[in-house]
Design a protein around this ligand. Structure first.
Ligand code: NDP
Ligand code: MG
Length: 393
């Protein structure tokens, strides 16, 4: 019995109360003999966090959005405040951190874990988008013992799985698929009246509100191009995007002999998450509903329409510009989505808001996570001005 307990992988989930956090914990429920949850982090949903902590008998918890909690049951230790997620990682001493916070708020704890030599299963793409250069420098530094970065995003997990056996030197291109979101075929003139409720209703994936809006604007795919650039270290022009409305093929790799390998499954985040959580490359059985291709019938693919979805070309320019440009892109999007969800910015103004912000703030080189937090604050300080510009544009 002792050996059985000892062999479980110790995991710490930050962003545990969200969609990715819930999907991760659903896998733990399915395989309690394989995982031990040693830490759970949330931001504002303290009651949900308390329930999860009790269910999984977790010794350490963290809540970043509060400064105290008198109702917290004393069966576990609760860390609070801005840097509680980093403290949680330190205190709980996991084998793997599941980075599932939404937005740049996930950067500091993700960076902390990697720097401490702890492996990270990364859903929080925003941190790699903002700090790709910094993280690459850290990973390239042979004198540091940096944790492994394991992709959880479905496209990137698929690429990771497809590239498993073959060298990057044989790759012609990496192709990310995009469902096209809820507005793939909506006349452009009708996008002005899109409400938050309609925008967050994604046709194929169940996700949190921010990434759902990102999928509708295709900023999500733009962030994913940058994410792939830093994860797989190929040239930017080797990363392509193709529209695939069924979300069955998650990514493709074209090798230099002309062969294309594709990764297929039902659209269910438990697939990539379980692969990333998997022990020594072992796939966990029966995590997703089996895919019956005859029931799906047809798989279709369409060229990306850059007029409808200008965010991807803009993201590519930011990578080329380098320095803080991708962080400005990301932080501007976070502000714009927040404003849209509060009905203070129109859906069609989200990408122009990002463009305007990139005009207003000069991209510079940077050297630390703190520099990027400064970028975030600068973007936030300009948001009213940018909204005004969008309204008069
Ligand atoms: P959700 O909105 O469902 O959950 C977000 C989580 O982050 C919650 O646990 C929330 O805590 C926490 N959080 C929010 N703000 C802060 C903050 N300032 N500091 C610390 N924690 C915070 O998002 P998703 O689960 O959908 O997405 C999480 C990440 O995973 C995103 O980066 C997204 O792009 C990525 N991703 C998501 C996919 C999906 O299918 N959902 C697919 C691929 C990637 P609380 O609820 O307690 O406030
Ligand atoms: Mg994705």
């Amino acid at each position: 019995m002792q050996g059985y307990v000892m062999s479980r992988k110790k995991i710490c989930v930050i962003g545990a109360t969200g969609s990715i956090g819930s999907a991760t914990l659903a896998i733990v429920r399915q395989f309690p003999e394989k995982f031990e949850v040693v830490g759970l982090g949330a931001h504002s949903r303290v009651e949900d966090l308390q329930r999860l902590v009790e269910e999984f008998s977790v010794p350490w918890a963290a809540c970043t959005g509060i400064s105290c909690c008198s109702e917290w049951k004393k069966t576990s230790r609760l860390l609070v405040g801005e840097s509680a997620a980093q403290q949680l990682i330190e205190a709980s001493d996991p084998d793997l951190v599941i980075s599932a916070i939404v937005g740049i708020a996930g950067l500091a704890p993700t960076f902390y874990a990697l720097n401490a030599g702890i492996d990270v299963l990364l859903a929080n793409k925003e941190s790699l988008v903002c700090a790709g250069e910094l993280i690459k420098r850290m990973r390239d530094n042979a004198s540091l013992r940096v944790g492994r970065l394991i992709p959880a995003d479905s496209e990137h997990s698929s690429l990771d799985q497809l590239l498993h056996r073959q060298g990057r030197d044989q790759v012609r291109s990496l192709v990310l698929t995009a469902s096209g979101g809820p507005f793939l075929h909506k006349p452009l003139s009708e996008l002005k009246s899109v409400t938050p409720r309609i925008a967050v209703a994604h046709p194929t994936w169940q996700m949190g509100p921010k990434i759902s809006v990102d999928s509708a604007t295709m900023v999500n795919k733009a962030l994913e191009v940058i994410e792939a650039y830093w994860l797989f270290e190929v040239d930017l022009d080797q990363i392509d995007v193709i529209i695939h409305p069924q979300s069955i093929v998650h990514a493709l790799v074209e090798f230099h002999d002309g062969a294309i390998f594709a990764h297929l499954s039902t659209p269910d985040m438990r697939g990539p998450l379980s692969y990333g959580l998997g022990i020594e490359g072992q796939r966990l059985p029966n995590v997703m509903r089996p895919l019956r291709l005859a029931d799906v019938g047809a798989l279709t693919f369409l060229q990306l329409d850059n007029e409808r979805f200008p965010a991807i070309a803009l993201a590519r320019q930011c990578v080329e510009r380098g320095g803080t440009a991708p962080a400005i892109f990301n932080c501007a999007n976070e502000e714009a989505v927040e404003l849209f969800l509060q009905n203070e910015l129109r859906f069609v103004d989200i990408v122009p808001f990002i463009e305007e912000t990139l005009q207003c703030i000069e991209a510079t080189s940077y050297g630390s996570v703190e520099d990027l937090v400064e970028v975030q604050m600068k973007v936030a300080s300009l948001k009213s001005e940018i909204v005004r510009r969008c309204n008069h544009g």
